[in-house]
Design a protein around this ligand. Structure first.
Ligand code: ATP
Length: 686
């Protein structure tokens, strides 16, 4: 299949280029043709020189009116010449590219596209894209030009050319998986039309039609897979009913605090599930620090005292360990036998734990992905709780609930997913919301400042540490693709803080490239108060609970999404002390400033999500994998809500008609659906 061949098989692709494409996650021809533009430049309108707009991109057709000259401007070499049309003339300037001198011929006509600025009284177009006009024809003028997600080193031109080449070769092979009757009913274009015009739209209408078709297909596959998976859940839904044990009262009394009203309500909802003889399937949503862990503990307690086993699965080792320690503490007097099972557990310990889980000597296991391995057998598994579910795929969760006796499933998340969307994505789950923080919490005071405030920030941290508190300093570095440069900067910054600013305090460093053991050791030292300042990348983002930490400094705050900032900030303000968050950013960008202002004004996850959506659109808010929603190639789960409704209807009626997708017209769809369910995309869905 040509579509599955490597990008390497296209003309003009060398080793270096292929590496750059791979960095973007593009490997095959199929990947390439599904690498959709992130925006377009409309070059259909040619502007006369007299009507050009200052400080904006302008698209003009003009004749070279003076010989290009190489000059020096300060220490820069520039090439400068005049161009004119029938309304006036301006200068074109190229910086640091002396060879440009030879690329233009006086008297010839070119299409220039670039920003126009006023410089020392002259009007200039700076380093424009250009193209010679031959007999009035150009490649780009009069067209809508796609702009692709790219890396710094990969030019738009290269991507554009390769996609054009790939499309022309691959289109005959592209399969249209949507059945003809659906296309007719919802007035959808063919797949090859859609692919052609999403990359190179002929006009506005073609673009809208193309997009509609691709959005429909993407959402349709998502919805179908959710329905199919849900029916897998539902078909196994007969469970074993549990009773609330008498010792539950003693357990609640033993807790170091009283449940909040919201926690009580959510507990009631869970108890109802546990009592029922259907296996519950519940999403517990609660803002950062709202107290989800104790809900997990109480639910596990009930199940275990019904002589069943429980499993609690966390996304990282640090969190698994933290939960384990919390549970050890609150279960202490109740004779509950538990174990921690993570990637760091030694082979010998692991063998023992597995044997004891199988023989039911252990009541409870807390762990990471290690829990879903096939060799983990829990014959009496009655409750599975996953924390921050989005890091686990649906398949992974299913695998866990296949162990034991149709266990109840509880998923915990801090992601603020608007209710309408949650109903679509989690339609099979009941939803409980913890909408109240534990008493005595003072709202975190947040300030956005620029880096000239560093000296003051350090003083502020110093004061708090002297009062017995602890601080976080967060440096931006994306966990999955931590760049060497970022790593260097966070290590150097830590060294600087250690040597120059806080020689009298203990400073710990935490980043994604460290071994789990090292991470655990640093976290433990921080949790026990030995380490005063924890410099960290976003690895600390989810779930870490050190109530004594009261100051959170986030460097280069503009590089984080608001949801992420909210999660990070949630690491402080978890105890009785007043907490502070300082967002440091030198960005002058207006939208960035407004976004940071939202953080100053609100500490409510839903409000932040909502305002950010209005300001930037959902793409940015849920931009990173970590935030729960399935990653879409083209559809936008907010703005395409209307299509989502159509899609739901279509998917439902299709499954009613052909539950197993066995009709011949559904075969293409079935194959694609299985890929979707197995694939990366579904791993973030649900
Ligand atoms: N009802 C309560 N009263 C007082 N303190 C509570 C109560 N419930 C939980 N806490 C405490 O609040 C802190 C935060 O709780 P927890 O770690 O469960 O939050 P969370 O909901 O998991 O937050 P995150 O999503 O940020 O990880 C913990 O120190 C916990 O012991």
């Amino acid at each position: 299949m040509f579509l599955e061949q490597s990008i390497m098989d296209l003309k003009g692709v060398g080793e270096q280029t292929i590496k750059k494409f791979n960095k973007l996650g593009l490997f095959t021809i199929q990947d390439l043709i599904e690498h959709y533009p992130k925006e377009y430049e409309d070059r259909r309108k040619i502007t006369k020189i007299q009507e050009t707009v200052m400080d904006e991109e302008n698209n003009i057709i003009a004749t070279v009116a003076s010989r290009p000259e190489v000059m020096k401007k300060g220490y820069k070499v520039i090439v400068k010449f005049r161009i004119k049309d029938d309304t006036g003339s301006i200068y074109v300037v190229f910086y640091g590219q002396p060879y440009m001198k030879n690329n233009f011929i006086v008297g010839e006509t070119y299409n220039f596209y670039g920003k126009i600025r006023r410089q020392y009284g002259c009007i200039e177009m700076e380093s424009p894209e250009y193209e010679k006009v031959d007999n009035g024809i150009t490649q780009k003028a009069n067209k809508i030009i796609p702009i692709y997600p790219a890396t710094q080193k990969l030019s738009q031109k290269v991507i554009r050319q390769l996609i054009e080449q790939a499309l022309s070769l691959a289109l005959p092979e592209v399969e249209d998986v949507l059945p003809a009757y659906i296309k007719e009913l919802y007035k959808l274009k063919s797949k090859s039309f859609a692919l052609t015009h999403i990359h190179f739209p002929k006009d506005d209408e073609a673009f809208f039609e193309a997009r509609k078709r691709l959005v429909f297909e993407e959402l349709f596959l998502l919805q179908l897979s959710l329905f199919v998976l849900k029916s897998e859940f539902l078909s196994r839904s007969k469970g074993i009913s549990k009773k609330v044990p008498e010792s539950f009262k003693a357990f609640v009394e033993y807790l170091p605090f009283e449940f909040t009203g919201a926690q009580k309500r959510v507990m009631k909802e869970i108890v109802k599930d546990l009592k029922s003889d259907y296996a519950g399937n519940r999403l517990v949503q609660g803002d950062v620090g709202s107290g989800k862990t104790v809900i997990a503990a109480a639910s596990l307690f009930i199940v275990i005292k019904n002589n069943q086993q429980g499993a609690l699965m966390a996304p990282t080792e640090v969190l698994a360990k933290q939960h384990y320690e919390f549970l050890q503490q609150v279960f202490e007097p109740f004779n509950i036998k538990m174990a921690l099972l993570t990637g760091s557990t030694t082979a010998k310990e692991k063998r023992e734990i597995l044997a004891k889980l199988k023989s039911q000597e252990l009541d409870l296991v807390v762990g990471t992905h290690a829990l879903i391995e096939d060799n983990v057998e829990m014959p009496a598994l009655g409750l599975v709780i996953t924390d921050e579910q989005h890091r686990f795929g649906v398949r992974q969760r299913l695998k866990l609930s296949e162990k034991g006796q149709t266990p109840d499933v509880i998923v915990m998340t801090a992601t603020p997913i608007p209710r309408t969307l949650a109903l679509i994505l989690y339609g099979d789950m009941d939803i409980s919301i913890i909408d109240e923080l534990p008493p005595g919490r003072q709202p975190i005071k947040t300030n956005a400042v620029d880096s000239s405030y560093h000296a003051r920030i350090y003083q502020f941290m110093d004061k708090h540490i002297r009062e017995g508190r602890q601080c976080y300093v967060i440096c931006p570095m994306v966990e999955e693709n931590e760049k060497q440069a970022d790593l260097k900067s966070v290590t150097e910054y830590t060294a600087y803080l250690k040597e120059q600013v806080f020689p009298h305090f203990n400073i710990g460093l935490l980043h994604g490239k460290m071994k789990p053991k090292e991470k655990n050791a640093v976290m433990e030292a921080f949790a026990s108060g030995q380490v005063h300042i924890l410099v960290s990348t976003t690895v600390v983002e989810v779930g870490v609970n050190v109530p004594n930490a009261t100051v959170m400094v986030i460097e280069n705050a503009e590089r984080f999404g608001l949801a992420q900032l909210h999660q990070l900030r949630g690491r402080v303000g978890r105890g009785k002390h007043q907490s502070y968050c300082v967002l440091v950013s030198d960005s002058k960008n207006k939208v960035t400033k407004k976004r940071l202002k939202i953080m100053e004004e609100s500490t409510d996850g839903f409000v932040i999500a909502d305002t950010d959506l209005k300001l930037r659109g959902p793409g940015d808010f849920f931009g990173t994998k970590q935030h729960g929603l399935p990653e879409m190639k083209i559809a936008n789960l907010y703005t395409d809500a209307k299509v989502l409704k159509e899609v739901q209807k279509a998917a439902k009626s299709l499954l009613e008609q052909d539950k197993d997708l066995s009709l011949p017209e559904h075969q293409g769809l079935k194959v694609k659906l299985l890929q979707t369910i197995e694939g990366e995309q579904m791993h973030t869905a649900l």
